[in-house]
Ligand binder design. Sequence first.
Ligand code: GAR
Length: 233
Amino acid sequence: MTARLVVLLSGRGTNFQALQQAIEAGTLKAGISAVVADRQAAGLGLAGEHGIDTVRVERTHHADRASFEASLTAAISGYGPDWIVLAGFMRVLSAGFVTRFLGRMINIHPSLLPKYRGLDTHARALAAGDSEHGASVHFVTPELDGGPVISQARLPVLSDDTPDILASRLLPLEHRLLTATMALMTTRPVELRHEQILLNNQPLAEPLLLGHDLDNDGTFGSQPRRNCSDQPR
Ligand code: GAR
């Protein structure tokens, strides 16, 4: 069965586009049923160009967060997705909403979680003098950016990095990380059980590392684990 995805976003939509390109290339056996945004977002236009349903659910059109999230829930549930992918969705979601989709909702975040939850991750990594930075894909739980991490991509910080340069160097790795992780999750049993990730029914001790544990096509376990300064292939 082909997995059905619903993607939530708030902005450009390059991570959505990477998923869609992987689907069109046949490396990700899934279909994106809809792209849902909480505002006017460039990503909605991209989705439309691919003939994908788009839905806008705006907070400002709702009296309160509860009614906004009720509309969001209805928009998502109407598509019966196997997975809900937050790809640059910038709104904090309530515990009730998250619990409704627990175990089926993942998020890509631009840091090596548990470092730098929230915003301005690139600037914070630079300010801390970190030698490496990266991105994480994690299950969404009520704790903001705090759910169990499935996979990560790492890259070395360079002496002339600024927050913008670092973000732009990281972005292509995010695209590979998200597509590879979704390829894994649509071909292998990956479950969230009691705050623990089970992969092939075995507890996942640490996040899968792109280019080492996890490859572009979603296969894993092929390369020995190395550290930061090795760029993922
Ligand atoms: C990505 O860098 C993603 O990691 C980040 O937003 C960007 C979306 O880019 N997400 C977060 O910061 C969530 N906390 P895109 O719209 O081009 O995919």
